[in-house]
Design a binder for this molecule. Structure first.
Ligand SMILES: [Zn+2]
Ligand SMILES: [Zn+2]
Length: 138
């Protein structure tokens, strides 16, 4: 079945009538490549080419299964969270200006670089606070 055979064009929105993703986007399996893509992204990219980096294809009508080109436009990701994560990953110095080198860097569970000197500094401060507290109590 061709892409256009799965579209209900009777209304203002062009509704995808084949399978949907869990989030309600249309899902289209490209018969040439065998790859599944979101139907609205396929509709947009087959006319306009690849999605520009850092952007996503957004619906002006907010109907996720709509594949009408007039309702689709590339938008920046909702809140530049991704850009922020990338810039954090590419830093060469931490906020206290210690260098990120192989001895002084570890990667957190979230994939961020962490400065070992800073981590040790914070630990020492915490221990110091704790010691002071104990001294006050005794
Ligand atoms: Zn629409
Ligand atoms: Zn540091």
């Amino acid at each position: 079945m061709a892409f256009d055979d799965h579209i209900d064009k009777s209304g203002d929105c062009w509704l995808w009538t084949a399978s949907l993703t869990a989030k309600g986007y249309g899902r289209f399996r490209n018969p040439k490549t065998g790859k599944s893509t979101k139907a609205h992204i396929y509709a947009w990219t087959r006319v306009n080419g690849p999605v520009p980096p850092g952007k996503e294809i957004a619906h002006s009508c907010h109907i996720r299964r709509c594949v009408k080109l007039e309702h689709l436009s590339p938008k920046f990701h909702r809140d530049n969270l991704n850009d922020r994560a990338i810039s954090l990953r590419n830093r060469t110095r931490c906020k206290r200006n210690h260098e990120f080198n192989s001895q002084n860097t570890y990667i957190t569970k979230l994939g961020y670089k962490q400065c070992i000197e800073c981590r040790d500094l914070l630990r020492r401060k915490r221990d110091e606070r704790r010691r002071k507290k104990q001294q006050q109590m005794s």
